[in-house]
Ligand binder design. Structure first.
Ligand SMILES: [Zn+2]
Length: 210
């Protein structure tokens, strides 16, 4: 077969491809309709989103609650989060979910479903037939919110004095030792060292006591 025949054959093959593979238009989520009201956040068109990506609303909901670290409930077509959360933050998490659980990494289409093979979840693309394991990024562990790290700056009040005369503050379930402080001092301190539930810190800015 000469080159022209080959090209003609390619053209014919292309014509037979389903259109959605050729067009490649970028998948767009519906614009999220979210409002903050006092201490709650209402995701008004939650079900529009799960309809569009064809995923179980409870699956997306559980993902968001875990990622956002907040309680919340599905109420009709809306989700009510029991915390004030910015629209951008929720938008980012919905996009992460969509990238992980919905979008085909080969063709970029959202026409996929999830299969289970042994213990692995596989994203199967109905448009191009691609299959890929679903890689779940390690979510921030819930206990992280209650864990101190070196470099954290926290606002403490010194309410005790250690054996060596250093100020000691209770913070969550930690004792923070802050040299050079006295009882009653309120200060922002930077964590310099942590050993089990005892942390050492230095004062960054001392609150002015009137
Ligand atoms: Zn695909």
């Amino acid at each position: 077969m000469d080159a022209n025949d080959y090209l003609a054959m390619l053209d014919r093959a292309k014509e037979q491809l389903p259109e959605n593979i050729e067009t490649h238009d970028r998948f767009e989520l519906p614009e999220l309709d979210i409002i903050q009201e006092g201490k709650i956040t209402i995701f008004k068109n939650f079900i529009d989103v799960t309809d569009k990506i064809r995923r179980d609303p409870q699956h997306l909901l559980q993902y968001l609650l875990k990622e956002l670290g907040t309680p919340g409930t599905l109420e009709g077509r809306r989700v009510v989060f029991k915390a004030k959360i910015s629209t951008n933050h929720i938008d980012e998490k919905v996009r992460d979910y969509t990238e992980t659980y919905v979008i085909c990494s080969e063709c970029g289409r959202p026409d996929t479903h999830i299969d289970k093979e042994d213990r692995t979840f596989i994203l199967v693309c109905e448009a191009c037939g691609a299959r890929r394991p679903i890689m779940i990024r390690k979510a921030a562990r819930p206990e992280d919110a209650n864990t101190l790290h070196v470099g954290d700056v926290v606002d403490v009040t010194i309410n005790d004095v250690g054996k060596k005369g250093d100020g000691v503050a209770k913070y969550m379930d930690y004792l923070i030792v802050v040299p050079g402080t006295t009882r009653g001092t309120r200060a922002n301190v930077k964590i310099t060292n942590i050993s089990a539930k005892t942390a050492f810190a230095q004062v960054t800015t001392e609150a002015v006591n009137h």
